[in-house]
Design a binder for this molecule. Sequence first.
Ligand code: 7TS
Length: 414
Amino acid sequence: MTRNANSNLSAQMAKWRSDFPVLQQNINGHPLVYLDNGASSQRPLAVIEAERHYASHLHSNVHRGVHSLSALATDAFEGARESVRRFLNARSTREIIFTRGTTESINLVAQSYGGSQLRAGDEILITTLEHHSNIVPWQMACKAAGATLKVAAINRRGELDLASFKALLSPRTRLVATSHVSNALGSVLPVAQIVALAHAQGVPVLLDGAQAIPHLSIDVQALDCDFYVFSGHKLYGPDGIGVLYGRESLLEAMPPWQGGGDMILTVSFTETTYNQLPYKFEAGTPHISGAIGLGAAIDYVTQIGLKNIAEWEQHLLHHATAQLSTIEGLTIIGTAEDKASLVSFTVDGIHPHDLGTILDQSGIAIRTGHHCAMPVMQFFGLPATARASFAFYNTMDEIDQLVTAVRSAQHLFR
Ligand code: 7TS
């Protein structure tokens, strides 16, 4: 990137940053430097306002009232579903199911698809890089069916070992479930190759897009994946709302996973018939304001442009990697060729939790711990790492502050 293009982008991003009220405050007497976007990103005014407008003017239950307010709420809710469809380039809104988040979306597939398809001796294939949310639901489904969970290996850079993946893909594999981007290391997985290899054997693929959705432009038709899942709160949207995209033919064949209102057509004590997609999988009153907020977040991100976001974030990533690498005793964990904008690291002689606590005194928020990816930590022989994860609203100056604060922490521990 030329210096000019870089400063243009930097200026554009600084303008968008002013839309985020949370970022305009002091924490512990210092301007907040928020570098925990991998856990949850902040919400712009457009999202806050969309939720407020719904609560102030539109609130009513959806899909049931003949009265005008219910029709308005339903229109806003279904409008958000259409925004999600467009964002993912799904063929139909029948393929877009609102859930509470990534975790619930994976549990839905594990219980409904897994529960109906898995037999004793079958296998589910995941990778070493998974978040616990993409491990435990499959362990539970495998246990219930007498099936086995297989785990493809990674290398020391934190990249998927494709040879291991190929070797474990077997005639017994019923589903491949893998993250698109690793939350602990930032590695972007070769999902096109994963899908092609799995489909060559007739095996469907679920992609956990929790960490990919804020950084990469997602086209589920181009990816040709069978399920794609993500959470609103990592995409500048509300918490408690998420999405399951599913290929219509698969969703049609899957049984409902929760019973209740909205997912039925008729109910009697002898027989219940189920509603059409996507409602078959949305029992009970949904998170209406959350869906509307998510729709607003998608509009907002689309306005900035995922291409601009990715470009700026890569610039932040390269700057952070270069600057952190100059610190003696600091080791970056996860050095994949293709990485999203996060850096996991350890510092000799300082436990990540202590480091996180010291940085917090300067108003710098990072995540420390096992990142709900204990098998990744075990692979690297570590109890925990410190993780700085960047969003488009972060600045070069904030990264410099992080680097200075890590150096100061080292002095404290000398
Ligand atoms: N999958 C991945 C790859 C994730 O990063 C996370 C959350 C989840 C699933 C679960 O998402 P949820 O919205 O259902 O909770 N990851 C993190 C993180 O890295 N730090 O805090 C939460």
